[in-house]
Design a protein around this ligand. Structure first.
Ligand SMILES: Cc1ncc(COP(=O)(O)O)c(C=O)c1O
Length: 421
């Protein structure tokens, strides 16, 4: 690779300039479950990229499918039209286990853009049904849906919404941790102004699965108020939680489901929004135009990546792999929990968090960053979470990888807690 002339030509998002790393240790390649850095070191990746590479880096079938589509069809657009690649991919997505509830697919380019378009869809659905006053979209406190304007407004974490002028006048947030009390209160107060409820089945920030009590409250308000229920399965789809889709176990099925991340095993900027027939029907009845399209959404290459990823998921039995890994990961976490820094473990399936405290106080974000760096020095990449580290490994992790991860995490914790001999 060419020698860089500037030290930091890339503006690194989500971190301050003062914390940007040494370019000599930046990643240069990735293979299987490993990331290779410029200085020659090889790190075990326990985050499967950004949770989006569950089949491991460099899946040949996906690489070949993308290359073939680029050679054969180059670029075809979905602006005011469709094409054979998109058609076949939509059919394949709608044919997935428990996706048979859905009727139609809208292609997009990221999880955030999928959330934006889902909010637009729900608000137009209300307008078409003659209830334009129902424009509010409800999300969860602590929820994350991305950083474009709509998704930023909907995200419940503090992510600079005021600074950036994200318009939250038509957004509300309720706690997912109170058994649905705030959700019920909000609907009893403003239910007739609400168009949609958007839920992450597991809050990615901290790996908090929605509780059965909260989901009962969701089913209750869904039955009492005619809303669009949107499952943001950007992170949880395709086996991450031990079900093919995490919302399969909800007491009420979503009307719209958002997929991204594992959708292409990290090979393309792609997302897909699956829409139930009841929602399509409202648009079809008045032959309404849904004003959403993106130049790079549903290109032949991204559709080929999706199709090849789905085929690889079947060939490798991705769900079976994910379930087996989840059991082994549970045992690894039980051993890690014996470290004095660990307060608790959380999450479900292969989507886990290890909560940390020092002298009884939860770690702040600077301390978490230091722990993540110490674990990296010990050979593994883990993700920072709120007072926690998060483990979201590829399903192709084997016993030896788990042993390596356990050792790196324990070394990193020992190092951070001054317990190194
Ligand atoms: C549940 C969920 N929704 C949306 C997003 C945003 O996806 P993207 O980064 O592709 O915009 C994420 C990303 O982590 C996510 O976890």
């Amino acid at each position: 690779m060419a020698t860089p002339t500037r030290r930091h030509p890339v503006w690194e998002g989500l971190t301050a300039r003062g914390t940007w790393g040494d370019p000599s240790t930046q990643p240069v390649a990735a293979e299987g479950v490993r990331v290779l850095e410029a200085d020659g070191s090889s790190l075990l990746c326990a985050t499967s990229g950004l949770w989006n590479v569950p089949l491991g880096y460099g899946n040949e079938a996906v690489v070949d499918a993308v290359a073939t589509a680029l050679r054969t069809a180059s670029y075809l657009s979905l602006f005011r039209s469709t094409h054979a690649y998109a058609q076949e991919t939509a059919e394949a997505l709608l044919g997935l286990p428990s996706a048979d509830r859905f009727e139609r697919v809208i292609f997009s380019t990221s999880g955030a853009a999928a959330n934006d378009l889902a909010m637009k869809l729900a608000r137009q659905w209300a307008v078409l049904r003659g209830v334009p006053q129902r424009g509010i979209v409800v999300g969860l406190t602590g929820g994350y849906h991305g950083l474009t304007y709509g998704a930023l407004a909907l995200s419940g974490d503090q992510l600079g919404q005021a600074t950036y002028g994200a318009d939250r006048r038509a957004v509300r947030h309720v706690s997912p941790h109170d058994g649905g009390a705030q959700l019920r209160q909000l609907f009893s107060r403003e239910g007739n102004r609400i168009a949609a409820l958007v839920l992450e089945p597991v809050l990615g920030s901290g790996a908090f699965p929605l509780s059965p009590e909260f989901l009962e409250a969701v089913a209750e308000v869904r039955a009492a108020f005619d809303i669009v229920l949107i499952a943001d399965e950007v992170a949880t789809g395709f086996g991450r939680t031990g079900a093919f889709f995490a919302s399969e176990s909800w007491p009420v099925r979503p009307d719209v489901m958002l997929l991204s991340k594992a959708l292409t095993n990290g090979a393309a900027a792609a997302s897909a929004v699956l829409v139930a027939p009841e929602v399509c029907e409202v648009f079809d009845r008045s032959d309404a135009v849904f004003v959403h399209a993106e130049t790079q959404a549903g290109t032949p290459a991204s559709c080929a990546a999706i199709l090849a990823t789905l085929a690889e998921q079947r060939r490798l039995d991705a769900l079976g792999l994910a379930r087996r890994l989840a059991c082994a990961l549970e045992r690894t976490l039980a051993r890690i929990s014996e470290h004095p820094a660990v307060v608790a473990t959380r999450g479900i399936g292969c989507f886990r968090a290890v909560e940390l405290a020092r002298d009884g106080s939860p770690l702040d974000s600077a301390e978490v960053t230091a722990v993540v760096a110490a674990i990296r020095r010990a050979g593994a990449i883990v993700q920072p979470g709120p007072s926690s580290i998060q483990l979201v490994p590829a399903y192709v992790f084997e016993d030896e990888h788990l042993a390596e991860l356990e050792s790196a995490v324990l070394h990193g914790l020992d190092d951070s807690w001054g317990m190194v001999a």
